[in-house]
Design a protein. Structure first.
Length: 267
């Protein structure tokens, strides 16, 4: 994080306040234009061959293509688009509050760069759902106990939604072709860079704490072990709670009934 703060001091002017709001607005516009003319989306996709022929705007415009556009089937329903964009707007605003405009801009930019590299090297097709998911995981990092109402009915903490999403992404990673895997890794490169070191440190700290606790418990006196023990009769405070114990001059501990006199000890 020290590096991020250093970058912010030098390049903070590059921050884009309200970046996710801009993304949401342009995504809604692309959905509307594609609804009116389905062929419109073809000039926005991340197509390396067309980019190399001068259509450089594709390096940016692909992030505004809603997830299902260009895939088999029809467009997403307007209601689903509204809900998805509202949720993206919600987590974007909260992230900017917690993180600042510069960190959020850099986080988003790193995800875009990774995805572009994957497209050129592996032919991976971008889905902006992946980049949106990386934003959601960043949101879960800052607000793990935030309660979200799934389908506006079922309350669930963000951290549990993040675990469910992670399981689904892992399943897709295992069962999908290499191009999808590369797109997934590229889109989540930002999360790994920004939060990976902290996650590793957290795991190590938990392991260290668990190790210290285990060693302490192994070395600690068991609860059933008696603290006092008469060297003569073997009585303890557990066998008779009313007994009192003293340490004699010979260094041994005795109950009062068997405590040797000073003359006996000296003899």
């Amino acid at each position: 994080m020290n590096l991020l703060h250093s970058l912010e001091r030098r390049f903070g002017w590059l921050a884009i306040p309200g970046l996710i709001r801009i993304v949401v607005a342009l995504t809604a516009l692309v959905y509307l234009l594609t609804f009116l003319n389905p062929a419109f989306v073809s000039i926005l996709t991340l197509n390396p061959a067309r980019i190399l022929h001068g259509e450089v705007w594709r390096l940016v415009t692909y992030i505004f293509i809603p997830q299902s556009i260009g895939q088999p089937g029809s467009l997403m329903s307007p209601l689903w688009v509204l809900v998805a964009l509202w949720f993206l707007l919600f987590i974007g605003d909260r992230l900017e509050q917690a993180w600042g405009a510069f960190h959020l801009t850099l986080y988003f930019l790193v995800g875009m760069i990774g995805t572009t590299i994957a497209a050129f090297l592996f032919g991976a097709q971008f889905s902006n759902a992946m980049l949106a998911s990386s934003l959601f995981f960043a949101f879960a990092h800052f607000y793990p106990d935030e309660v979200i109402y799934v389908l506006f009915v079922l309350p669930m903490k963000v951290k549990w939604l993040a675990w469910i999403s992670a399981a689904l992404l892992l399943f897709g990673f295992v069962t999908s072709p290499m191009s999808y895997r590369m797109a997934l890794i590229a889109a989540f490169a930002n999360y790994l860079i920004f939060f990976g070191p902290g996650v590793v440190r957290s795991v190590r700290n938990r392991q260290d704490v668990a190790g210290r606790r285990r060693r302490f418990e192994e070395n600690a006196r068991p609860e059933e072990e008696a603290l006092h023990h008469c060297a003569t009769c073997g009585a303890t405070e557990q066998t008779n709670a009313s007994l009192e114990f003293r340490v004699a001059r010979d260094g041994e501990e005795y109950c009062l009934a068997h405590l040797p006199s000073a003359s006996k000890v000296e003899a």
